[in-house]
Ligand binder design. Structure first.
Ligand SMILES: *Cc1c(COP(=O)(O)O)cnc(C)c1O
Length: 354
C-alpha cells in the first residue's frame, strides 16, 4: 500500500537539545489510517500534525477502548537513524488490539508507515547524548455511540516526539512506595495490555506516593497483595544473593521489551535471570539478611531505573547504600550502547530507518 504524503506548509522551529523533556513537543507530521467494517484498515496517509476532530459521543472518550505503544528512534555517530526491536512493539500492539476487541492490522505495513514518517521528520531526531525520538502508535474507537460494545470504526495514528535524556542529573536511584491499598491489575483483567484505562487506574496511587515523597509505586498482585508485579509503568528486577530475579508474566504484568532485552543479555553473559513469583516479604527478608544487592525497573523511557529505597508498611529500606548497582549499570550501558550504535548489535535488535 502506497502512503500519500501531504506536507505541512510551515515547519516548526526545532527545540534546543537542552530544553527537551518527555512528551511535550511533537513533530511536523503524523500518520493516520482508518477502519470501518466495509473497507477494513484503509486510507493510510501522512499529513501535517494536527487535531483529530471528534463527536462528543465518540466511544473512546467514554469507555476507553484505546491501545498504544511506545518505542524510540536513535541517531548513531554516523548520523543514521535506527529503531530498537520495533517488530516486537507492533506484534505486542496487535496482541493488545486482540484483547481490546480492536481489528488487527498488518504489522509490517505499520512499521513501514512509522519509518516513512520518521524519514519525513528526520530533522527532529535529536543527536545530543541520551536524547531520542519517541514514537507513539495509538488506536482509538471512533463510533459516535453511547452504548457499551466494541466500536465498529477506529483511527490508527502515529505521532513523534523528541525527548531529552532521562538521566539529566546522572543515573540516580529512585525511592519507591509499596502500596497494599491499591492494585493496578488482576488475573483475567487487562494488566498485560497497553490500554489507556490501566494508566488512569494507576494515577491515584501515584499521587499518594508523590505526597509521601516517593517517585513511583511498587505494585503487588491484585489477589493476595503479596507478590511483586511492577514498579510504576516499568517491569522490576531484584538481585538477591547474586541471583537476578524478575516476576514471571502472570497475565497482569506487561510483557516489556526492555525486560526481555535484560533477560537476553543476562543469558548471553552466562548469568540467566530467574523468572518466578517473588513476594515483598522475601525482598524485605533478603534485605534484613544483607542479601538484597539491587533493585531496578526496566522500560523504554528510562531503559533501566535503579531503585535506592523501598518503603513497605512501616519499614523503609535502603538498597546498596542508595547507590546504583553494578548490574543496573551493566544492563543500562549494554542496551543503550546498542540503541545508539556505539556497540555492535549482536542480538539482531536494530532496525535501520534510512
Ligand atoms: C510499556 C510498559 C512497560 C515496559 O515495556 P517496554 O516494552 O520495556 O517499554 C512495563 N510496564 C507497563 C505497565 C508498561 O505500560
Amino acid at each position: 500500500m502506497e502512503i500519500p504524503i501531504k506536507q505541512a506548509l510551515a515547519l516548526k522551529t526545532l527545540p534546543d537539545a537542552k530544553d527537551l523533556a518527555f512528551g511535550t513537543l511533537f513533530t511536523d507530521h503524523m500518520f493516520n489510517m482508518d477502519y470501518d467494517p466495509d473497507n477494513g484498515w484503509h486510507y493510510p496517509r501522512i499529513e501535517p500534525y494536527g487535531a483529530i476532530p471528534m463527536d462528543p459521543s465518540t466511544m473512546v472518550l467514554h469507555y476507553g477502548q484505546s491501545i498504544f505503544e511506545g518505542l524510540k528512534a536513535f541517531k548513531t555517530p554516523e548520523d543514521r537513524i535506527q529503531l530498537f526491536r520495533p517488530e516486537d512493539n507492533f506484534t505486542r500492539f496487535n496482541r493488545s488490539a486482540h484483547r481490546m476487541c480492536i481489528p488487527l492490522f498488518d504489522e509490517a505495513f505499520a512499521l513501514d508507515a512509522a519509518k516513512e514518517l520518521i524519514r519525513l521528520d528526520r530533522r527532529w531526531v535529536p543527536s545530543a547524548p541520551g536524547t531520542s525520538l519517541y514514537i507513539r502508535p495509538t488506536i482509538i474507537a471512533m463510533d459516535p455511540f453511547l452504548g457499551v460494545r466494541a466500536s465498529y470504526t477506529y483511527r490508527f495514528f502515529i505521532i513523534l516526539s523528541p525527548v531529552g535524556a532521562y538521566y539529566k542529573e546522572g543515573f540516580n536511584p529512585v525511592k519507591i512506595w509499596v502500596t497494599e491499598k491499591y492494585v493496578r491489575a488482576v488475573p483475567g483483567g487487562v494488566g498485560e495490555v497497553k490500554t489507556a484505562g490501566n494508566y488512569a487506574a494507576s494515577l491515584f496511587a501515584g499521587e499518594e506516593a508523590h505526597h509521601k515523597g516517593y517517585t513511583q509505586v511498587l505494585w503487588l498482585d491484585g489477589v493476595e497483595r503479596k507478590y511483586v508485579e511492577e514498579v510504576g509503568s516499568m517491569n522490576i528486577f531484584f538481585v538477591i544473593d547474586d541471583e537476578i530475579i524478575t516476576p514471571s508474566l502472570s497475565g497482569s504484568i506487561l510483557s516489556g521489551i526492555t525486560r526481555d532485552s535484560v533477560m537476553a543479555l543476562a543469558r548471553k553473559w552466562g548469568h540467566p535471570v530467574t523468572e518466578r513469583r517473588i513476594t515483598i516479604d522475601e525482598v524485605m527478608a533478603a534485605h534484613e539478611a544483607g542479601k538484597l544487592q539491587e533493585c531496578f525497573g526496566s522500560g523504554t523511557a528510562a531503559v533501566i531505573s535503579p531503585v535506592g529505597e523501598i518503603k513497605y508498611k512501616d519499614k523503609q529500606i535502603k538498597i546498596g547504600d542508595g547507590k546504583v548497582g553494578s548490574w543496573a549499570r551493566k544492563f543500562f550501558d549494554a542496551i543503550t550502547d546498542i540503541q545508539y550504535g556505539h556497540a555492535e548489535d549482536t542480538e539482531g535488535w536494530i532496525h535501520p530507518v534510512d
